[in-house]
Design a protein around this ligand. Sequence first.
Ligand SMILES: C[S@@+](CC[C@H](N)C(=O)[O-])C[C@H]1O[C@@H](n2cnc3c(N)ncnc32)[C@H](O)[C@@H]1O
Length: 255
Amino acid sequence: MAQSRPYYADQSLSAAHYDLITAADGRLAGDVEIYAGLIPPDGAVLELGAGTGRVTAALAERGFKVLGVDIAPAMLRQAETRRAGLAPDVAARTAFQRGDMTALDLKRSFDAVICPYFTLAHVPAGTAWRNTFATAARHLTPGGLAVFHLPLAEIMRAPGPARPDLPVMDQPLADGGRLQLHVRRRTFNDKVGRMDQVIEYVERDPKGAVRRVSPERQTYYVADPVPAAAQAGLTLDRPPIPHGGVGEFWVFTRV
Ligand SMILES: C[S@@+](CC[C@H](N)C(=O)[O-])C[C@H]1O[C@@H](n2cnc3c(N)ncnc32)[C@H](O)[C@@H]1O
């Protein structure tokens, strides 16, 4: 197998095809409505791990003002392209900037801080989680909500597919080719609550010939977020909201 890249790295196919993959993943459907239902109307939102701006733009279209922060230039470039295509009033409510959610201080506050689609699980549970919750608390107005979408531990612990020869996703590309995703390796370390997998992205041309192959490393950490949030002065606002059979929305409030 070719040498693997980290997820969302420059030249990675996980970044290049992020929008195609998330649009095809039914388990994400309805996440934007959950945020929209929790944030006060017209509120200002800080999104940690904004990626290509999928959630950012959808919330701005609903009237919220959203600043999306992300660490990956390959994702932020797509976010800026998306922003350029928005209606002027929606684009005016949308902004992106590069930053690390574990060490961010924008010196301003927001009505809500959101951390969508398992983004917190990308950084190690422990100091990085405590620092990310501190970032959320630092940027929240008193009474504001911090919403973290986290994967279910049992989904992360599940073994890889029974038929590794079959793609876990197979999607048409705009040029008539196909994008296929294979799980090549998957392990779960119970001691540290860490899932590691290599997903091989395969791009095929319209005739079925392989055009590009890119094995990419993905890691997720699972843990109870409540103690790390509490250390940052955030308390659980309600029981976690189950979503899509694979994750939960954890809603915290600043004390
Ligand atoms: C699964 S994507 C979520 C993107 C978008 N919020 C969505 O829901 O479609 C996770 C994003 O988190 C970003 N990310 C990972 N670690 C980060 C960190 N320490 N600080 C900021 N962004 C980070 C990745 O670059 C990636 O774009």
